[in-house]
Design a protein around this ligand. Structure first.
Ligand code: AMP
Length: 459
């Protein structure tokens, strides 16, 4: 099996000569997939041949089809149904949203083909999921915690599993799933094909890859940590207390355009959402404290452009693929520098343009420098004056979403949603009151937000 020499990649090739099942090829054109992306052209032939893959690729590169199409091709070749409670291919993803996205993509690729594809994630009924698994499934997409719950209930066994996909593996490590992953891997026969995808390659990931993969082919399609070039980025220096009003000014300049606002904490996300709602914005939020139903409703309303602004924490929004997102606002800078790249990658998708604005408070200068160091590039200043260096906030916990995080200035910390605009608390920002924000540029160019002035470049 290992005797094949890796084939030279011809990026002009079509899906037809990658070795995929004809049944799947029929569906691709209808889904707008006509030409393989670089990761697909490189990975699909190797996976069809049974090789393990270490894929260094971010969401948006087409990696779901890169692992999904060849895996489905191999599973279709079985020609018989899975045994009760067994799973032929297990796909692990860090978040419910990503699991849903993978499930929906694979189901679309396999439309009309005799394969059973299921999804199990936290927040939904264990009994219903156990029932779904009783007949066995070809492909199961799961979040690690829920999978363990179901295994402990004896709702499924992994003894027949021949394929294991770890998607967004670095985020699974960030969330602290390492022990759960180790437990799950032990339950899957060693005689299997393993595909590991990660946007970054921290040391722990190297260890994980070394212990899970057998003689893998390494496929890399974008330099990890390199921000998408199509994204127009900027940093606006401001105070913690002025962030909410500043955000409102930015959002108001782009009526009807979808924006994702990143907040570091669940509590801060809720507070900010309420404040924006009060000011008349159409806004919803997703984070780990929301129920599964709430998360799905929020996302589908945002996807359908029924809601303009999505306030999210890192964990909930990683990997989301919503092509209409035109703006990403980093209301708080992320405490893990690499997350900046993941956050801004929610925009400029599917060939569109995108803008990303980071609001940098006085205690976030070291976070900003860490992000710039990770990217190997400076973020252009588009407003305010850089704060004095040296102010740092308390060291974050191991988890990317600390339960409590006060980062305001002065003796009484100001939390995100409590950040009051400089106007009367109940007053709406200028644009929401029907007036135009001062400094609005004519259509096509956007000028400085009204306050704090000193923007140096339109955004
Ligand atoms: P992913 O990186 O798997 O999350 O995919 C990102 C987006 O690219 C999804 O909306 C896919 O449907 C889309 N996509 C995947 N492969 C292709 C392709 N070959 N051509 C065009 N779009 C694609």
């Amino acid at each position: 099996m290992r005797a094949f020499a890796p084939r030279k990649t011809n990026l002009l090739e079509t899906f037809e000569n990658l070795g995929l099942a004809p049944m799947l090829l029929k569906n691709l054109a209808g889904l707008g997939l006509t030409k393989p992306t670089p990761i697909q052209a490189k990975a699909i032939p190797q996976i069809v041949r049974g090789r393990d893959i270490l894929g260094l690729a971010q969401t948006g590169t087409g990696k779901t089809a890169a692992f999904g199409l060849p895996m489905l091709t191999r599973i279709l070749a079985y020609g018989k149904r899975p045994a009760p409670k067994t799973v032929r291919a297990l796909v692990l993803a860090p978040t419910r949203e990503l699991a849903t996205q993978i499930h929906d993509n694979l189901a679309a690729y396999a439309e009309g083909a005799p394969v059973r594809i299921q999804r199990v994630v936290g927040g939904a009924s264990l009994n219903v999921q156990a029932e779904k698994l009783s007949k066995g499934c070809d492909v199961l997409i799961a979040t690690p915690g829920r999978l363990i719950d179901l295994i402990e209930r004896r709702a499924l066994v992994l003894s027949e599993t021949k394929y294991l996909v770890l998607d967004e593996a670095d985020q699974m490590l960030d969330i602290g799933f390492i022990h759960t992953l180790r437990r799950i891997a032990k339950l899957i026969p060693a005689e299997r094909q393993t595909l590991l995808f990660s946007a970054t390659m921290p040391k722990l990931m190297e260890e994980l890859a070394a212990s899970y993969l057998s003689d893998p082919i390494r496929v890399e399609v974008a330099t990890p940590g390199k921000a998408a070039e199509k994204i127009d980025q900027g940093v606006h220096f401001t105070t913690q207390g002025e962030k909410a009003a500043l955000l409102a000014e930015y959002i108001s300049r782009h009526p009807g355009e979808l924006a994702v606002v990143f907040n570091r904490t669940k509590h801060g996300s809720d507070k900010l959402t309420k404040l924006l709602e009060k000011w008349g914005f159409s806004v919803t939020a997703i984070h780990g404290n929301k129920s599964q139903g709430q998360r799905e409703r929020a996302l589908s309303a945002f996807r359908a452009s029924e809601v303009q602004v999505l306030v999210a924490t890192d964990v909930a929004a990683r990997g989301l693929d919503i092509p209409q997102v035109a703006h990403v606002y980093n209301y708080d800078l992320p405490n893990v520098p690499e997350n900046y790249v993941h956050r801004i990658g929610r925009t400029a998708r599917a060939g569109r343009d995108g803008r990303a604005v980071a609001f940098c408070g006085p205690l976030e200068m070291s976070d900003l420098r860490a992000i710039e160091a990770a990217m190997g590039a400076k973020i252009p200043v588009i407003g305010g004056e850089p704060h004095a260096e040296g102010g740092t906030r308390p060291a974050p916990g191991r988890n990317s979403q600390p339960k409590k995080q006060h980062r305001g200035q002065g003796p009484k910390p100001a939390r995100a949603g409590e950040a009051k605009p400089a106007r009367k608390p109940d007053a709406k920002p200028a644009a929401q009151r029907g007036g135009r924000a001062e400094g609005h540029a004519p259509a096509g160019g956007q000028a400085a937000p009204k306050r704090p002035a000193r923007a140096q470049r339109g955004h």
